[in-house]
Ligand binder design. Structure first.
Ligand SMILES: Cc1cc2nc3c(=O)[nH]c(=O)nc-3n(C[C@H](O)[C@H](O)[C@H](O)COP(=O)(O)O)c2cc1C
Length: 486
């Protein structure tokens, strides 16, 4: 049984990936765990759409029942879900029997602090499901109109129903919600475009679920005005825009490119994302600007031009409307928060790199890294370098530029690049892997021996450079760093 406590969603997904020996890929605000092994085949992804609003997608077939025991936290999250394919069972602890949540059924659960719920996903069925989890406490933070509206709506709908016990609503089979849930489940992407597809659709799905709950009806067939193939073409608008985000272009340019009439384009975007085509373009530009703030050293004027705005004051105004902060305040908050930057990568030593060269690299790193407050660990194993570096963003980016230009290694693959809240290593140190597959590493300053034979043992020599393998190693290290810091 997998015991989960309602927690930071990424942590929960990480626990999943270690439990199932899965491959976890993280992007800004999104992550995906894939498995194709004796436990099953498929993926579970999550999208943190805004603080307090997370979507979980299951598109997976397990070889054994997945039993999750979810312990509810003080925050009283709401769970909205929809089974596109397959079913699951749910029960509260005081109930003798599980209830079945059927395929095509809309369900809502409102948790209650210090209680729990059991969920079972049966083995050997194609399970496709979308959950939206809302944490009202986190949603209440910040000053964004759409969040406030959502909160008011939730309170109006559920407040008096959940005084002591968790609340459960299993609605009817609902094809309208099903249309939205299928789009979410079938969206394989976790980049900016993928996230916006999910974000727009999640909000529509949520609206429909609330509506269905209010009226407790909705057997009517829902007929979208666009065909499936037209809708699928509309999901490509985001790619078109991102590719030329610094340029000026019109809705007509997009419709010409996608071979779809401007009218259908407009209504399709409204159907999928819930806002007009122009609003959607703005959203893509602004989201991209945030990504640039997070991952580059560009200043606001440069970012403004890079996402296609000529006027900095106009850019500032719409950014403020969308996120509740001006771009400079947003960027400064980020920097003032003293957040740490983390880059994890793996690379291959070139043929001429000798043991002496590796010693020299380690010597340099040992002497230079403390000067810049850079901590982390490096593994050198069978000609592979794997390194995690954490520290102030500017210094990490400068060091990584140096490392990228270093001719002693090649084929650098970045596993993760982004901010984190706390340091996971006290110093910078060499970690080693023994012949038996035990990783000796310093975590939070104390020596740990982590078992990797499970991950390494299955591989022949040719697969040792696989990115997936090193991503797993990173996750195993991360799980231990989180436990040590708790
Ligand atoms: C795999 C690998 C990892 C490295 N890690 C570090 C490191 O953590 N810190 C560091 O200062 N140099 C590291 N280096 C060495 C840098 O590439 C560079 O040689 C060093 O920072 C000295 O830079 P400089 O010649 O500009 O002074 C690494 C090199 C390689 C090939």
């Amino acid at each position: 049984m997998l015991r989960l406590r309602e927690d930071n969603p990424l942590e929960m997904l990480r626990q999943f990936s270690v439990y199932y020996d899965g491959d976890l890929i993280e992007n800004l605000g999104a992550a995906k765990m894939s498995i194709d092994n004796e436990h099953g085949k498929g993926y579970v992804s999550l999208y943190e759409l805004m603080p307090g609003l997370t979507a979980w997608v299951y598109n997976i077939e397990f070889t054994q029942n997945l039993v999750i025991n979810m312990n509810f936290s003080e925050d009283r999250p709401y769970y909205f879900g929809y089974n596109v394919s397959g079913y699951q069972l749910q029960k509260f602890p005081n109930e003798p029997e599980h209830k079945k949540i059927r395929q095509g059924q809309n369900f809502i659960i409102v948790s209650e602090p210090n209680t729990s719920s059991e969920f079972i996903v049966p083995s050997n069925i194609a399970y496709k499901c979308c959950y939206i989890i809302i944490n009202p406490k986190e949603l209440a933070e910040g000053n964004i109109a759409s969040k406030k509206r959502l909160l008011q709506e939730l309170e109006a709908n559920f407040d008096n129903k959940t005084s002591k016990h968790p609340y459960r609503y299993f609605g009817d089979i609902d094809t309208r919600i099903g249309t939205y849930a299928s789009i979410i489940v079938e969206n394989l992407r976790t980049d900016v475009v993928g996230r916006l597809i999910t974000e727009g659709t999640v909000l529509r799905m949520l609206g429909s679920q609330l509506e269905a709950h209010q009226h407790d009806r909705n057997n009517e067939e829902f007929r979208p005005i666009l065909s499936k193939s037209e809708l699928s073409r509309i999901t490509h608008v985001g790619d078109y825009v991102i590719e030329r985000i610094a340029d000026k272009f019109t809705i007509d340019d997009i419709s010409l490119h996608l071979r779809i009439s401007p009218k259908k384009l407009q209504s399709g975007i409204r159907f999928l994302y819930g806002y007009s085509a122009n609003e959607y373009l703005t959203k893509l530009r602004l989201e991209h600007s945030r990504e640039l703030m997070h991952s580059t050293e560009m200043n606001i004027s440069e970012i403004c031009l890079a996402v296609g705005y000529q006027s900095k004051s106009y850019f500032s105004k719409i950014f403020l409307d969308m996120y509740g902060f001006s771009p400079s305040v947003y960027k400064k908050r980020f920097e003032d928060a003293n957040l740490l930057f983390d880059i994890s990568y793996r690379s291959l030593a070139v043929d001429t790199t000798s043991g002496k060269d590796v010693d020299a690299i380690i010597k340099t790193a040992r002497s230079l890294n403390p000067e810049f407050n850079i901590t982390g660990c490096i593994i050198y194993h069978r000609n592979i370098f794997f390194q995690i570096i954490e520290g102030p963003k500017k210094d990490i980016l400068t060091l990584f530029d140096n490392i990228k230009n270093d001719e002693r290694h090649k084929d650098i693959k970045v596993m993760w690049k982004g901010y984190k809240i706390r340091r996971e290593f006290k110093n910078w140190a060499l970690a080693t892997i023994s012949d038996e597959g035990v990783l000796d590493v310093q975590i939070q300053g104390s020596a740990k021996s982590l078992e990797l034979s499970n991950v390494l043992g299955k591989l022949d020599n040719s697969a040792i450079d696989s990115e997936n393998l090193w991503r797993k190693v990173r996750n195993i290290i991360k799980i231990h760093t989180d436990n040590s810091a708790a």
